[in-house]
Design a protein. Structure first.
Length: 312
């Protein structure tokens, strides 16, 4: 089994992540792919771990999916690849539990753990497929009439109020850490490099499921996920990438002729200025933290990306 860690300006988090992988065992090879960090991540990892970790220092930041694919390509003949965000710390026994799950289910292509926040609070570890109806409720004016509400609830909480105590097949596990069969990964074409950030794990797992690969949630495997270590540094960019990834995902899996090209996009466009007014008010009047970037997203989308998305 090989592990691929992806980092961007997360030096200290990356060091903690690699330490946890080495302490937890199970990985015959660890590859850290650094997306052109400016904080000395690559140098710090080489200095502390030497030859125990292969460091790939990319010249530019091509996004999470590109980095994962490059790391996987360096994993040789490993039968399984563990994809790990740099802001994850693997707990003892986590990797062994994930490998055991795949050993016990030949039809399974992916296994994911249960996540907690650094303070110990439970973190959502499972999602449903982000269907068109669910995203319609989340991101368009359909929300005003509650259309798609039930689908959105299934997307956010596919297992109901409580996570299962035992291993279970699920639609999507959180991509912050997931163990994937290498042959299934290659057969599916790996991650879609068109996703710079967001939706890439949902896209991959749906394509694997379409090929008959089951996705397993393994609650006995535990990991701590800080979340947002890279995206929070460039929140305005991350928000724009989210919108681009949203429409890329919809275009692949939820395209339904008139319904998608006209109705879905029109409802999205209708809600956008309303959200912009709310975000501007929250930023300028209420001075809420983080709302400045959300308010700026409206103008950034109008400057070009929105129109390319809407006519696609």
């Amino acid at each position: 089994m090989a592990a691929v860690v992806v980092s961007w300006n997360t030096r200290e988090a990356s060091l903690r992540c690699v330490r946890s992988l080495l302490a937890g065992g199970g990985a015959d090879r660890i590859v850290l792919v650094d997306n052109a960090s400016g904080d000395g991540t690559s140098e710090a990892v080489r200095a502390e771990f030497g030859g125990r970790v292969e460091v790939v220092a990319r010249a530019s930041n091509g996004g999470y999916a590109v980095a994962c694919n490059e790391g996987a390509a360096r994993c040789g003949d490993a039968a399984r690849v563990l994809f790990v965000n740099a802001d994850v710390e693997v707990q003892p026994g986590c990797v062994a539990a994930l490998e055991g799950a795949l050993d016990g289910d030949p039809s399974a292509a992916v296994a994911g753990p249960s996540f907690t926040h650094p303070g110990g609070a439970a973190q959502p570890s499972v999602r449903g497929h982000p269907t068109g109806a669910a995203l319609l409720f989340q991101h368009t004016a359909a929300r005003w009439v509650r259309y798609g509400r039930a689908a959105h609830e299934r997307y956010k909480r596919p297992l109901g109020d409580a996570a299962p105590a035992a291993q279970a097949a699920v639609p999507v596990v959180l991509g912050a850490l997931m163990l994937v069969r290498a042959d299934a990964f290659r057969a599916a074409g790996g991650f879609d490099p068109g996703y710079r950030l967001y939706f890439e794990e949902a896209d991959l797992q749906r394509r694997l499921a379409d090929r008959g690969g089951r996705v397993l949630f393994v609650p006995s495997a535990a990991a701590v996920h800080a979340g947002g270590a890279s995206a929070d540094q460039i929140r305005a960019d991350a928000l724009a990438w989210y919108v681009a990834s949203l429409f890329r995902y919809l275009g692949r899996f939820e395209r339904r002729g008139f319904g998608y090209r006209v109705a879905w996009k029109s409802l999205f466009l209708l809600k956008l200025p309303v959200d912009a007014l709310r975000d501007h008010a929250a930023w300028l009047v209420l001075r809420r933290r983080g709302k400045r970037e959300e308010a700026a997203l409206f103008w950034r989308l109008l400057a070009g990306p929105l129109w390319r998305i809407l006519v696609a």
